[in-house]
Design a protein around this ligand. Sequence first.
Ligand code: NAI
Ligand code: ENO
Length: 317
Amino acid sequence: MSEPLFNKVALIGIGLIGSSLARVIRRENLANTIIVNTRREETLNRARELNLGDDYYSSAAEAVRDADLVIVCVPVGACGQVAAEIAPALKPGAIVTDVGSTKRSVIQQMAPVLPDTIEFVPGHPIAGTEHSGPDAGFAELFRNRWCILTPIGRASDEAVQKLSRFWEACGSRVDTMDPDHHDKVLAIVSHLPHIIAYNIVGTADDLETVTQSEVIKYSASGFRDFTRLAASDPTMWRDICLHNKDAILEMLARFSEDLSALQRAIRWGDGETLFNLFTRTRAIRRSIIDAGQDVAAPDFGRQVVQEKSAAPADAEG
Ligand SMILES: NC(=O)C1=CN([C@@H]2O[C@H](COP(=O)(O)OP(=O)(O)OC[C@H]3O[C@@H](n4cnc5c(N)ncnc54)[C@H](O)[C@@H]3O)[C@@H](O)[C@H]2O)C=CC1
Ligand SMILES: O=C(O)C(=O)Cc1ccc(O)cc1
């Protein structure tokens, strides 16, 4: 077996993403030692029960001591506080990265606090589910998914390359991107769909004519897909909304305009406009499937991964 990429990896936050990383790091032998940190004793104990790491600390500063790679896996609103806590304890030359769903705000919170000796490379795995906490993670989460790195010119090329190799070893494809561009792209492909889901499920819940039981009873199709997204972690999504405010508001404005046009087409019986739009959007769905990107639903994703890993070409040895 080849040498691990890192000697000591510290995971700050051990929810869905942190615990998925712990599992894949262990499975792929990417580090000699995995350090787990989270604030709450209860979560730390659960991580211990699940045997996610080698050592466990409730202090983030203690957790990062001597670590070569520190991965911050907390809600984006907590990244600045974590950076301030770990800054004095970091080993010079260590790579510090994060997994936050927004990038400009995480950079603004973390970069000024981290010492110049630190290789700071912000990141975002485009892989997740509506579940949270240490029990929710699984080692295959990142397989065949993109991980976007948004280096800001203060890390060496070697550090960026090493982190890319790490994500590739977790099963991901890696892209680098400007942080503001990242925030705009993610606003439309991830943040808006979640906001729309929260809104439609909230509207259905508020409708006096649709009783709770009818919402549940008849939620077999489209509405059900929205309820999955709308079950996502409230703290995480509150933070995303507050920390990618400008890009989300810009996309929401575009969305509202387009929705008004759709509303007008329905009101005036403009079937041609409706048909043309629905034809265009159907082609997008098909191109996503053709590109092999249709693994968003977690259980379906796991099933695909299992089927694939049973195939000889994907065997891990
Ligand atoms: N859930 C998802 O589908 C995805 C999430 N992300 C990003 O990954 C990060 C983590 O998300 P999840 O693992 O899903 O969340 P989670 O809720 O499952 O876990 C969050 C972890 O952070 C800890 N934590 C919370 N507040 C903290 C604070 N103030 N200080 C220190 N620790 C704190 C919690 O105890 C927990 O261990 C977030 O920034 C999120 O935007 C990125 C890709 C996908
Ligand atoms: O569960 C889903 O469908 C997701 O879209 C998961 C997700 C949530 C947040 C991210 O930043 C990336 C992926």
